[in-house]
Design a protein around this ligand. Structure first.
Ligand code: NAD
Length: 357
């Protein structure tokens, strides 16, 4: 079996590639433009292994993607290439529309042309697995759990671009019969997550005795999914998922942002007792614009239909994750030095003409 993973040099894509190649479950071709968020180091464990290749390519180039897909003849496409940081979408939405919407469209068209030319047995076995987010549903009410039938209601330029890509993907199934599956997953965490995201940013700032910025009152709730549990879910979707279906995936670990930061602080107190309590570094800062209050997902469908369950508890997953960042300064130090130093993102300085009127 051969799988193309777009965005495979990113956080989730690299975890998926490491799993597939190490378990010899598939030959893997990563297609990634190597943006600021990409990490070749995350692929080190498998780079020399048989059955792995990396192609530097922007998915927005439909002609190049067509040639690449025809050449590779994959059985599976996992689509993870995206601009992913909500804060960056607030100040730079163009890149999000370009990659997440236009790039997904280019990839769908390139995939459809290839898929149409396959013999019927390969055509019916082919799968296009699109990785999306629970953020497409907007903010959940206190007792609400998002499911596959929840109405889309995105709040940020990021989630709106992901919602648009989901609609494109599903329409390529309904209109052209392309066998697509969508993962609407909650917040992933784990090793090799770019240190602009909440957990790695807090660990690295705490390690350096820097302020731990918590947006607003810190009571925004997310559900946390260990990245390897998500990888397992994606594998099951590719193996057993029904084309034209979406699955909401989450770790049954709802926490407020403030709870997360305090739990990171407690782990850092054990790791660096002389700097305890790290919670004294917590600093409430101006809230994110359009900040959804709560995300929570109902995982009944993926559990019932595909037999998936999250294996990692949040406590053990967080411990492993914090330990990874403490052990692997070789990975994050070059990023902190040269790519992202931990500064506040998502604070627009220019008011657009439309909103000023
Ligand atoms: P990431 O930012 O870590 O990685 C994204 C990768 O995509 C990078 O390697 C980047 O170089 C690549 N990329 C960006 N634009 C590209 C383009 N035009 N062409 C080719 N490659 C391009 O992202 P992630 O956290 O691994 O997320 C992967 C997917 O999962 C995304 O679609 C994201 O929306 C979705 N998702 C992530 C989370 C999460 O918590 N991380 C939660 C829900 C959904």
């Amino acid at each position: 079996m051969k799988a193309i993973i777009t965005g495979g040099a990113g956080f989730i894509g690299s975890a998926l590639a490491r799993h597939l190649v190490a378990a010899e479950q598939a030959e893997v071709v990563i297609v990634d433009k190597l943006s600021y968020a990409a990490s070749l180091t995350a692929l080190d464990p498998i780079r020399a292994m048989h059955g792995f290749r990396l192609v530097q390519q922007d998915i927005c180039d439909q002609e190049a993607m067509s040639a690449l897909i025809q050449n590779e003849q994959p059985d599976l496409v996992f689509h993870l290439a995206a601009e992913t940081h909500v804060d960056r979408s607030i100040t730079g939405s163009h890149a999000f529309v370009q990659t997440n919407v236009m790039g997904t469209h280019a990839l769908l068209e390139a995939t459809r042309a290839y898929w149409l030319g396959l013999p019927s047995s390969r055509q019916s076995a082919f799968r296009f697995v699109h990785i999306s987010t629970d953020e497409v549903f907007g903010s959940a009410e206190p007792e609400q759990y998002f499911s596959e039938t929840t109405k889309y209601d995105p709040s940020s330029p990021y989630s709106a671009s992901k919602a648009a890509s989901d609609h494109l993907v599903m329409s390529w199934h309904r209109t052209y019969g392309l066998p697509v599956i969508i993962s609407n997953c909650s917040n992933n965490y784990g090793p090799y997550q770019f240190p602009e995201k909440l957990i790695p940013l807090m660990v690295l700032n705490a390690r350096e005795g820097k302020p731990l910025p918590v947006y607003g009152d810190g009571q925004n709730i997310r559900d946390w999914l260990y990245v390897e549990d998500h990888v397992h879910a994606l594998m099951l979707m590719a193996e057993k998922g029904k084309p034209g279906t979406c699955y909401t995936v989450g770790g049954a670990s709802e926490r407020t942002n403030l709870e997360i930061v305090k739990q990171v602080c407690a782990l850092m107190d054990t790791a660096q007792p002389t700097a305890a309590p790290h919670s004294q570094l917590i600093k409430h800062v101006t809230d994110r614009l359009g900040h959804d209050r709560r995300y929570a997902v109902d995982t009944t469908r993926i559990e019932t239909d595909l037999g998936w369950q999250a294996k990692e508890s949040f406590d053990t997953g967080l411990e492993k994750t914090v330990q990874f960042y403490l052990d692997r300064s070789d990975w994050w130090q070059p990023i902190r030095d040269r790519v992202y130093k931990g500064e506040r993102l998502g604070m627009p300085t220019v008011v657009s003409r439309a909103s000023a009127d």
